[in-house]
Design a binder for this molecule. Structure first.
Ligand code: ADP
Length: 179
């Protein structure tokens, strides 16, 4: 399922983000940039130790990555050039700025991608795994935020944005919602 807004393609696919041949893949990381389960674990496993070495350096320099923000590293052995690590909010019922923080993940990842002249980028469904953000609302925020970024013309080098859904539920939600 694909749409085009102001010459930027938005596409929903089902699959494994570590297999995506794009300039940058986004990781749903944690504040310590320490690796973990889910998509984070899959990226470090498939990309090899180089990614973690850079994460460690960032952690030593800055203490990690605050929720809603993003940092960039090599993609090691992955087909992508970069991994953009962003930290989604843990869902705590909705009264802890979870929506705004999730929105920031998409904005700050796109900003960082633009700074590195990324043309193609792939996002996972940030926060919808162990961080338990309700999937429907997370998809709505992801799609709306990305569309706003395109419409506000802050997207210049990016030509294609992929939403990579790993589970059937997210894939179904995104397919129905993208238009
Ligand atoms: P979070 O801690 O942000 O919730 P998770 O990694 O637990 O991060 O889950 C985020 C999303 O990533 C979930 O929807 C999960 O199904 C998905 N996911 C897990 N592995 C992969 C993968 N290899 N490629 C793409 N998405 C993945």
């Amino acid at each position: 399922m694909k749409i085009v807004i102001n010459d930027t393609e938005l596409e929903v696919i089902k699959g494994d983000i570590t297999k995506c041949t794009v300039d940058a893949i986004v990781n749903a990381a944690n504040n310590g940039l320490l690796g973990g389960g889910g998509v984070d674990g899959a990226i470090h496993r498939a990309g090899g130790p180089e990614i973690m070495e850079e994460c460690k350096k960032i952690r030593e320099r800055t203490g990690g990555c605050p929720t809603g923000e993003a940092v960039i590293t090599t993609a090691g052995n992955l087909p992508a050039k970069y991994v953009i690590h962003t930290v989604g909010p843990v869902w705590k019922g909705g009264a802890y700025q979870e929506r705004e923080l999730l929105r920031n993940c998409y904005i700050n990842s796109l900003k960082l991608a633009e700074e590195h002249f990324v043309k193609t980028i792939a996002f996972p469904n940030i926060s919808t795994g162990v961080y338990r953000f309700p999937k429907h609302e997370a998809a709505q925020i992801a799609l709306e935020t990305v569309k706003e970024c395109i419409q506000n013309q802050f997207i210049r080098s990016i030509q294609s944005i992929l939403f990579v859904c790993f589970d059937d539920e997210n894939y179904h939600i995104y397919k129905t919602m993208i238009r």
